[in-house]
Design a protein around this ligand. Structure first.
Ligand code: N01
Length: 544
């Protein structure tokens, strides 16, 4: 079988396969399963020692998915979704890791994967029209196709704080949290970063740390997860209706079935009713769906400000010290234009005696010292420093891989001004390199598991088409990708998204070109467009 063929590749240093899949997260595993069905010889290289991608690396305390697990899960196998039981509504990292390991075993995918094999070179060999793939572990493989299932949030961002190498305590980035854990009980701990990761890790560390300093540059909007054990009746209902609900997800802008009512324009409701609706959503389990309550919140500044101000009122109610509450109130960007976070007791944490919020916007970090951290306002002694400083998102996982295409062009240079792409799937001059959740796709603004299945099915059908017709390469043109990137920008400009200095626009990485990288026109519209492109004989692609 193909799996066995791939299994034989294990100890060789040089081999030829049909497809190399990079990454064994949710997307990579589905890619293996789907491509094997097409009868292709496939191998996967994974940097980690286990499957799971995001859910393998991000094992910091409090890591949890922010969408319902009955939705954030594979749909490709009826029996799998009937058999699997999610203990909680929003799964913690451990349960997601269990699930993905189960999938790897159930579908016999593990032997197609080489673990501990970080790809460090992807070179398109023009003479043979194939990719030469190398890993740090010494693999050398030639492949006709490469699937970059590398994830939009994989490339760790460690800011260049002067003196960081001098720190004598424990320094850890949340996405590199060691499996054995970090001993912070009773210790002086600092957390830099208050994005989605910071809001999850801070309450957990605060429970046992001696003292916790939270170094905040920009406050975040976060809503209570209200996580709970999965209600058996709710689970039964989902299992009975999976078929039709998965279909609804394919036709929803966020690839979701919303477990709540929507209320149209906020201006159709008098102020007291607006508040009632918001209060109910806060108490209910709406999580990040909170900002879908009204359909103008992401498009109209006045609508957004009503919700944002109500939100600040919540912070002022929860946090007892008014100065701390004010510091925690986001005021510099509209609600939802950076990823809305979900938390379990984030704001309440700042009422604890062992927690101090430090404003590093007003008083920036100047240096990491041997014993802690210095800002323009003072020095903080720390035993443990946690960096929750995010990722070189959307592009970093690929640009760090040393990818060269036609004419030896490096993808990093090609993307210096913006991540040129067509449909988030391909980049001109890099034939047969297909991205899942690439820049230009909806990726993080829609539920990602359904999306990866959709994108991988689409790519697999294109590959089937090529194999059947004897087509060697699929590429696109710069005009086509330019047009698509303009469309991505145009759609974003109809919303409030570009008003934030977010990682969606590359603003979090020093020196990274500012360019809005995400299709915010809805997963449904995106998938319709991809379907239409395929139906029109792969319009915009150059197949030869
Ligand atoms: O990263 P982030 P994240 N000095 O980039 C700060 C997904 N996710 O890992 O905003 C001081 O959002 C930075 O400050 P600022 C989700 O899509 C999902 O938290 O740049 N501070 C910010 O506060 C999310 O959006 C889940 O001013 C510095 C923080 O570090 C994405 O992953 C859970 C700094 C980084 O926030 C990334 O989230 C977790 C510096 N030099 C993550 N550099 C769930 O599903 C950076 N910061 C629930």
């Amino acid at each position: 079988t193909v799996a066995e063929t791939a299994g034989n590749v294990a100890d060789t240093t040089s081999e030829t396969v049909d497809v190399v899949v990079v990454g064994a997260g949710f997307s990579g595993l589905y890619a293996l399963h789907r491509l094997r069905r097409s009868g292709l010889d496939v191998i996967c290289f994974e940097a980690g020692d286990g499957v799971g991608g995001t859910w393998y690396w991000n094992r910091y305390p409090g890591a949890r998915v922010d969408l319902e697990s009955v939705q954030y899960s594979y749909s490709f196998d009826h029996d799998l979704q009937q058999d699997w039981h999610w203990p909680e509504l929003f799964s913690p990292q451990e349960d997601l890791e269990k699930y993905i390991n189960h999938v790897a075993d159930r579908f016999d995918l593990r032997r197609m994967i080489r673990f501990g094999a970080r790809v460090n070179r992807l070179e398109f060999d023009e003479e043979i029209g194939q990719w030469q793939v190398s890993t740090e572990a010494g693999h050398r493989v030639t492949a006709k196709y490469v699937i970059a299932a590398t994830g939009p949030l994989d490339a760790t961002n460690i800011p260049r704080f002067p003196g960081i190498e001098n720190f004598r305590g424990t320094l850890v980035h949340t996405s590199q949290w060691p499996e054995e854990g970090v001993d912070y009980a009773g210790k002086r701990v600092g957390v830099i970063g208050t994005g989605s990761t910071g809001v999850q890790v801070v309450p957990e560390i605060a429970k046992t740390a001696g003292h916790l300093h939270v170094f905040q540059r920009t406050p975040v909007y976060t809503v209570p997860a209200n996580n709970q054990p999965l209600d058996p009746a709710y689970e039964r209902d989902w299992k009975q209706h999976y078929g039709e609900r998965r279909e609804m997800m394919r036709h929803h802008p966020n690839a979701l079935v919303l477990p709540m009512r929507q209320y149209g324009s906020i201006f159709d409701h008098p102020p007291e009713e607006q508040i009632k609706i918001l209060e109910e959503a806060w108490q209910a389990r709406s999580g990040v769906l909170f900002f879908f309550l009204f359909d103008d919140v992401m498009r109209n500044m006045a609508a957004n400000e009503i919700v944002a101000e109500w939100f600040r009122g919540k912070i002022r109610q929860i946090v007892k010290d008014p100065d701390v509450a004010e510091l925690l109130c986001p005021k510099t960007y509209p609600l939802g234009t950076k990823r809305l976070s979900i938390d379990s007791g984030y704001y309440e944490t700042f009422n604890r005696d062992n927690v101090t919020l430090v404003d590093v916007r007003g008083n920036p970090i100047t240096e990491i010292t041997a014993n802690g951290l210095r800002t323009t306002a003072g020095e903080y002694e720390l035993d443990v420093l946690v960096l929750a400083t995010g990722f070189d998102a959307m592009t970093g996982s690929l640009t760090r891989m040393n990818v060269t295409g036609v004419g030896g062009v490096n993808l990093k240079d090609k993307w210096a001004d913006k991540p040129w792409n067509y449909l988030g799937l391909v980049v001109s001059g890099f034939p047969n390199l297909f991205m899942i959740h690439g820049p230009g796709s909806p990726s993080v603004v829609a539920q990602m598991v359904t999306q990866c299945e959709y994108q991988m099915d689409w790519i697999a059908e294109l590959i089937d088409h090529m194999e059947y017709r004897g087509i060697a390469t699929a590429d696109t043109t710069h005009d086509t990708e330019s047009e698509w990137c303009d469309k991505v920008t145009e759609v974003a400009n109809q919303t409030l998204f570009p008003l934030a200095d977010s990682w969606y626009a590359g603003a979090n990485i020093e020196g990274k070109a500012r360019s809005f990288m995400i299709w915010v026109g809805g997963f449904d519209a995106f998938a319709d467009k991809c379907d239409e492109v395929a139906a029109n004989g792969y319009e915009g692609f150059v197949l030869k």
